[in-house]
Design a protein around this ligand. Structure first.
Ligand SMILES: *[C@@H]1O[C@H](CO)[C@@H](O)[C@H](O)[C@H]1NC(C)=O
Ligand SMILES: CC(=O)N[C@H]1CO[C@H](CO)[C@@H](O)[C@@H]1O
Length: 301
């Protein structure tokens, strides 16, 4: 019910960037055995993903030295990149900015943006003002590249990210997981759309007449497949992942919002993490594809 009443509102709120949104992927930088992906590995990834997309994002440029390997792979295969800096501690901030300073100059044509941080506001690691300073610092280093961040939808909706919007940041990725909100699959699309709506309408309100200059996209969304953990009413399973993709992700794309699907391939090397409910959660079954690049379900919009 809520879904259908939201439809016209959503259409009105979505910035008129393009008729149809573009799909992209969050892409891991390690092979199944935990070794670092080489340029050739990234090229194999792109050969599979090109059926759906021509853009991927990674998170911390120095992690596995991925910037150096992925930039030439993207150039060769016609992909665009969103590369990342992990600003939480000075060591990673420095290593990632150095990696980007090596990888980006001369290759700006394949770099859509740099993200400074992933959910740093959600983790309470920075205030909006502190994150804005980091973003501005990186923007000065890369004057030709768009610099922004990725954070959880509720940190945009509740005003925590307002200093970024008021401070002129032009690239804001919004992460929204109905799964981590413990939603039943049958309410997952409504929840995802509501999350994005809340984030987008708040960003547009704060941005005012500058709203159409800000690129807003889903930075991460997805659903774990067979072998994944359940989270409350949110049940892992390949059929549910397909359902979430084919309804939720497709609806968002249809409305003209770009979506980075989390994630492209399973990452079996990942350790179990402790979820908000204190239980160990499996994070190795979120891929649209298996680690050896086999499709798990028919992707249909
Ligand atoms: C279903 O999703 C909507 C939108 O997020 C939410 O308001 C509602 O509480 C959800 N229903 C349940 C049973 O959690
Ligand atoms: C600026 C700041 O608060 N940095 C902290 C971010 O979180 C890491 C741990 O994940 C801390 O070590 C940093 O001090």
């Amino acid at each position: 019910m809520r879904f259908s009443t939201l439809l016209p509102l959503a259409l009105a709120a979505v910035p008129a960037v393009s008729a149809v949104g573009k799909l992209g992927f969050a892409l891991g930088v390690k092979n199944a055995d935990g070794s670092c992906k080489s340029q050739a590995d990234f090229e194999k990834d792109f050969d599979v993903l090109k059926a759906h997309a021509d853009i991927v994002r990674t998170y911390a440029a120095a992690d596995c030295n991925n910037a150096e390997a992925i930039v030439p792979a993207a150039k060769k295969k016609g992909f665009k990149l969103v590369l990342g800096i992990w600003p939480d501690v000075p060591e990673s901030f420095d290593a990632d900015t150095k990696a980007l300073q090596k990888a980006i100059p001369g290759n700006e044509n394949v770099i859509t943006a740099i993200t400074v941080g992933s959910e740093t506001l959600y983790r309470g690691n920075f205030t909006g003002q502190e994150l804005l300073q980091k973003i501005n610092q990186v923007q000065k280093m890369f004057p030709k590249v768009t610099v922004g961040t990725a954070d959880s939808w509720n940190k945009y909706a509740d005003g925590t990210a307002d200093p970024l919007i008021a401070g002129g940041v032009k690239f804001l990725l919004v992460n929204a997981f109905a799964y981590w909100q413990g939603q039943d699959i049958n309410n997952a699309t409504a929840t995802y759309i509501d999350d994005m709506m809340q984030a987008i309408t708040h960003i547009q309100k704060i941005a005012g007449s500058n709203a159409d200059k800000i690129k807003i996209a889903t930075g991460e969304t997805g659903w774990p497949t067979d072998g994944g953990s359940d989270f409350g009413a949110a049940k892992a399973g390949t059929a549910n992942a397909k359902k979430f993709h084919d309804t939720g992700v497709c609806a968002m794309l249809k409305w003209g919002v770009d979506v980075f699907y989390f994630e492209a391939f399973d990452e079996p090397w990942k350790p179990k993490s402790i979820g908000d409910n204190g239980k160990a959660a499996d994070e190795t079954h979120w891929g649209m594809y298996t680690a050896d690049r086999q499709p798990k379900f028919k992707v249909e919009c």
